[in-house]
Structures are given as structure tokens and as C-alpha cells.
Design a protein around this ligand. Sequence first.
Ligand code: ARG
Length: 468
Amino acid sequence: MTNTMWGGRFAASPAEIMEEINASIGFDKRLWRHDIRASKAHVAMLGATGILSKKEAETIARGLGKIEAEIEAGTFNFSRALEDIHLNVENRLRELIGPVAGKLHTARSRNDQVATDFKLYVRDEIGAIDAALAALQLALANKALAHAGTVMPGFTHLQTAQPITFGHHLLAYVEMFARDRGRFADAGARLSECPLGAAALAGTSFPIDRDMTANALGFDRPAANSLDAVSDRDFALETLAAASIAAMHLSRLAEEIVMWTSPQFGLVRLSDKFTTGSSIMPQKRNPDAAELVRAKTGRIAGALQALLMVMKGLPLAYAKDMQEDKEPLFDALDALKLALAAMAGMVEDLAPDVEAMRKAAGLGHSTATDLADWLVLNLKMPFREAHHLTGRIVALADAKGVELKALTLADLQSVEPRITREAFKALDVAGSVKSRTSYGGTAPSNVKTAAKRWIKRLAKKPLSRKKG
Ligand code: ARG
């Protein structure tokens, strides 16, 4: 039997392997809600414009409602021979309401249909991801508030740089995830043009009302060019780009958790809830969840590359290549949502070892800059000279095998005689972070204010939520 949906001019069925490579129902069935929603909007418009009679439109809408209930209940039989979600739904519609089902596809093609369904799906996903990002931000901000004054080593080049507060470190990620939410919101805003009614590629001669369908589906307006409408996948690419950057941020945090929880760093502990044991080494507590979050970034960024490669050589308008847009996006956004939830769980779970952090913060002459600043402030020295003198003091400490703080006043004065006992205050890690009150600096007072501001902001409605 030839395909009943498009088989008019075909005498024979497709080869088995043709059916296999052609079918997308295995993965695009997850668009069923969006497909039915778009079809309902389309048929309502066909009825309202008189392209179909009111009765025909109502019969079709009722049939679509029935199919929705069947899929919801799990009784719908998806068939690979029917290729994709669009033809599966339409075929069932015909079984349910007879030949009038064939009128649903008036002034429409699968090309504008799939573009519309996919946009609706991506828009929903953007909403879900925004909520997941907000939840993670809240977990980070709460932990930051609890540890606004917890001192830890700050690194550059992964070398001890200056003492910072753990809260400050966590709030850095809150800022990153805020930018991610902005990127998703931007993608969502640009996505808001409805392809439905572009038909196959050229538009249609039927007197359709594209504003009506665009509006019914929660888009801002119909897409202005029918060729562009059916061949555009920018919205998927932009969303994957935003997802890749967010995943990269998650991966950096995951990497830090892996390092912090290693016995060599020993700064943070994850509970049994977020670690696994080894089947051979009884002492192990492995941060598998963090490692997997780090690894998911690979497939998310890979999905962006995959879709870019699918799209890059395609002449206008639709080509079947574009069916390959779905699996990478589904996989990447599933992975991102899972990674965001796992990370929020880990952030809530993780407990810094406050004492170990404070100790580590004092290692590696981390307050050398504070001493240089002290020289500038108290001896009115140019910073470059203060830097040089402090360098000599560091060398002295290294020669003696001690931290700066353990030098004697005589040691300090052997390099600069005007140094007084007061200078030791600058070498204290708590004093160091407390002094960093410049806007955006690590001082506990700053961190407390910033964390509170975020918590308040996050308690309000999501950053951005498109209608629909
Ligand atoms: N399953 C197809 C896809 O995902 C639907 C569009 C098919 N259009 C066509 N002209 N064959 O892209």
C-alpha cells in the first residue's frame, strides 16, 4: 500500500530502509501537544474565515480533542508507516471523523506545520529552563548568604591569589546564570513569529488570517516571509547556543565542586545524597553528579554544532535535512534541565569546611597584595615600589619556609625599616576580605547585601516569561 497521505502518484510502497530513514515519529511524537494545538488554531481560523464551514471546523476540532485525549491516555497507536506526528494525527482524525479530516490540511503544509510545532515546543522549553535556572540561582544565593563571611582562597591560574568569601564565589555563578536567562529570553523574544500559513513555501491562495493563528498560539505576529518561515531554524540554534553557554557555566561550577571535594583541596563536602562509592576502594566518595554535569556540556555543545552543520548548506526553503533538527535539540535541552536540577541539588547539599577554607586562604602568601596596599596607604609609596618591596618580603618568607604572617617585625623591617606592627593586620585573611568593600568586591558586607538582593529578586516572578 502506498502512503495514504501523499501516495496519490505512487504505485509502490517505500523500501523498508526508506521507511526507516524517513520516519521521524520515533522522536517527534513528543511534539503531539504542540501539533494538536497548532491544528486547532488552524482549523478555528479556517472556520472563522469561511474557508471551511463552521460545522466542518467544529467536527475537526472535536476530533482533534479526542486524539489529544487518546494520546494523553496512552491508547494512541503511533505508526512508523505514517512517518511523523503530523501524519499520525491526521490519519487518526480520518479514522475518527471520516473524509472531512482531509480538509484540515487546507492552506497548510507540513513545512509550516512542523516549524510551528517546533517553535511552540522550544518556547515551552525556554520557560522550563528559565524556571530551572532561577531555582539554581536561588539555591546559590541562599548558600551565599549563609557563607557571606566564610573566607576561602581565591585563585587565578589556579594559584592562590587573594582571600575571598565563599558567598562571593557562589554569587559569581548567580550573575552568570542571570546572563543565561537573558540569552534564553532573547531567543524566546525573537522566536515569537508564527510560521503557520506560510504553507509549503510560497504562501497560499486561500484567504487565511495569519494574525488570528499567530495570536491564538501566543506569538507576537506572523512570520513575514513564507520562505523564511519554513526554512528558519534560528530559534533552535539560538536556544542551543544559550544552552551551550549555560552548560559551560554549569561545567565550570561542576569542575570546582570536583576539585573542592577532592581530599587534596578538602574545602567542601558533598553528602551521601550526591556522591557515590567505589566498588573496590572503600574510602572513596566520588562526586559523580558533578562529573556528569560537567560531561553533559559536551553533548549540549555538540547539539549546537550538529544543527549548525545540518543547516549550513541548505538552499531555501524546506529540505528533509531539517528533520534532523529535533533529536539534538531534544537531547540537549533534556540534558540541560537534568544538569540544572542536579546542580541545584548539589548546591543545596554542599557544605564548606569553614576551618579548612580559612586555613587554605592564608596559604601561598595570599595577603601579599594587602601588605603592598598597606605600604601604599601608610608610607605613601607608589604601588609599583610597594609591590617590589613586598616581593622581597615574600622571597624572605620563602627562604625561611614560612607564610608572610609568620615573619617577625624585624624580618619585615630588614626590607623596609618604616614598617610597623600595624602591618600584620593587613596580613590577616579575615581583615583582608573585610577591606574589599569596593563595588562588586568580596567583603562580607557586600556579599550579604548582594545575596539578599538576589533572593528578593528571585522571589518575584520569573525574569521573563512570554505569553502562551
Ligand atoms: N517530519 C518532517 C520534519 O520533521 C515534517 C515535515 C515534512 N515535510 C516534507 N515536505 N516532507 O521535518
